[in-house]
Ligand binder design. Structure first.
Ligand SMILES: Cc1cc2nc3c(=O)[nH]c(=O)nc-3n(C[C@H](O)[C@H](O)[C@H](O)COP(=O)(O)OP(=O)(O)OC[C@H]3O[C@@H](n4cnc5c(N)ncnc54)[C@H](O)[C@@H]3O)c2cc1C
Length: 378
């Protein structure tokens, strides 16, 4: 029956970052996780995540992306590790596709460096790419790739150095909220705190059933394919996304011979995170969909499958995040529904959660992530 200032349920991408920023200020924090983060059961595994600043999902994310990038550099400094590779990010598609258009306009609005290239210029610069003449490329040289699991491990190590408490392999099965605190129940004990942060990823809806959160976990496949290193090595090839008329793919160059990693952002099968089939290839399309993209657009990267994994997106109806206080308990923060594009922001989301938990407010504009927005309740 220990008393903490703050309990964080879910020490994955968002939770561990919040734990770091809280414990750095000397806040007595307990983090509880069902597994042992970083792990392969949730949304953060597979080694790498893209960070972009010009933002196809909406220019309202740009300021957060820039702050997140600063915080990743700071984490590299403090942990003395390489967590980010500045490969740049290349976006490809029709100039009028909504995602490319918003990428370009968000760069213009915020004066971000974004080079627009014609199809023949793209193919000349990266002969591993094959695209129709009317496509364009948008190259952002300031962004690149985060090592997601290493980032989580770095925050975890520093949180423990800051005297945070971490209880792993312990699922929270019930939460009681009172006017002036919370009680969190697990099989390894019951814990009390003044404040609570719920960052349980794909399980957030199950943990807070009374809120009927519009969160849909989705099964997502991604794989690494043998590629011609002379075209796709990360020293010469950027991270990328292709906004096709009805599909959105993203991928990573071959890092130290890893092969090209590819995933598809849209689509996927709705799942229960406790029942999901985590075997890559359990569905034939896990590999065939990715391979057919590579054969068309990056033919020298469509070699043998090196490895494949299954991960979970937690989607909201409008694919924007939920970062807000509990509607009836303002000492409880909820951060979920990162809809397959949240990792890059986890540093700044941690900062935001710690600010609101400690001071009741944040310097960042998170008004678009409110729980009561109309688009969440359609
Ligand atoms: C294949 C794939 C590719 C992606 N690519 C990108 C990308 O390139 N760029 C990008 O920015 N984002 C990307 N994302 C999205 C990003 O990884 C997620 O948005 C982010 O990891 C979500 O963080 P989270 O903290 O909500 O979830 P998680 O990191 O999964 O953390 C949730 C934690 O809560 C714990 N938990 C759950 N229930 C309980 C409970 N009852 N008790 C205790 N603990 C509990 C879990 O064990 C887990 O550790 C991708 C996601 C996937 C799946």
């Amino acid at each position: 029956m220990k008393l903490y200032d703050v309990i964080i349920v879910g020490a994955g991408s968002m939770g561990i970052a919040a734990g770091y920023y809280l414990t750095k200020q000397g806040i007595k924090t307990l983090l509880i996780d069902s597994f042992n983060p970083p792990h392969h059961q949730g949304s953060h595994h597979g080694s790498t995540r893209i960070i972009r600043h010009a933002y196809g999902e909406g220019r309202q994310y740009v300021a957060l992306a820039l702050r997140a990038q600063e915080l990743w550099y700071a984490l590299e400094q403090e942990s003395q590790q390489e967590l980010f590779i500045n490969t740049g990010v290349l976006g490809i598609g029709e100039v009028f596709s909504p995602f490319i258009k918003e990428t370009i306009e968000s760069a213009q609005t915020y004066n971000l460096p974004l080079e627009i290239l014609k199809a023949n210029e793209v193919q000349k610069r990266w002969p591993g790419i094959q695209i129709p003449e009317h496509y364009v490329g948008c190259l952002e040289t300031t962004s690149g790739i985060l090592y997601s699991e290493k980032c989580i491990q770095a925050y975890r190590d520093l949180t423990l150095e800051n005297k945070g408490s971490l209880l792993c392999d312990t699922a929270v099965h019930d939460i009681k909220m009172y006017k002036d605190g919370v009680t969190v129940m697990t099989d390894n004990g019951t814990f009390h705190s003044d404040k609570l942060i719920v960052t349980a990823g794909a399980w957030t809806g199950k943990l807070l059933p009374e809120l009927e959160l519009p969160l849909q976990p989705v099964r997502k496949a991604f794989g690494w394919f043998k590629a011609d290193e002379s075209f796709y090595d990360s020293k010469r090839f950027p991270a990328f996304f292709f906004a096709l008329p009805d599909k959105l793919y993203y991928g990573f160059p071959s890092i130290d011979g890893s092969g090209v990693k590819l995933g598809r952002h849209d689509g996927g099968q709705s799942v229960d995170p406790d029942q999901i089939n985590r075997t890559f290839g359990a569905d034939d399309s896990d590999e065939s969909d990715l391979r057919s993209f590579l054969e068309t657009f990056m033919p020298h990267a469509s070699g043998a499958l090196i490895d494949g994994k299954i991960c979970i997106y937690t989607k909201t109806p409008d694919e924007h995040f939920i970062i807000d206080q509990h509607p009836e308990h303002d000492h409880v923060m909820i951060a979920a529904g990162f809809s397959g594009h949240g990792f890059k922001f986890s540093s700044v989301v941690g900062e935001i959660l710690s600010e609101i938990t400690v001071k009741g407010k944040t310097k960042h504009d998170i008004s678009v992530f409110k729980l009561n927005r109309k688009a969440l309740h359609i």
